[in-house]
Design a protein around this ligand. Sequence first.
Ligand SMILES: [Zn+2]
Length: 67
Amino acid sequence: MAKRKLRLLKRGGPIIGICEGCLARFKSGFTGSIAAEAEIRVRFAAHKCLHARQIAAKMHADMHKVA
Ligand SMILES: [Zn+2]
């Protein structure tokens, strides 16, 4: 299983977390950057890269189609 990485975007606005594994986005309702980052990290840790798994499964199916 691929390692999941969390990317945090802080562009002056609210912090957004993005999973580099499946590109899932995580937002927080907190306005404070420390609390927001903490909430995003918790959500990231709890999520499962379902989207990435679906892509992998589709690629696998396509490979069989070609071969
Ligand atoms: Zn993910």
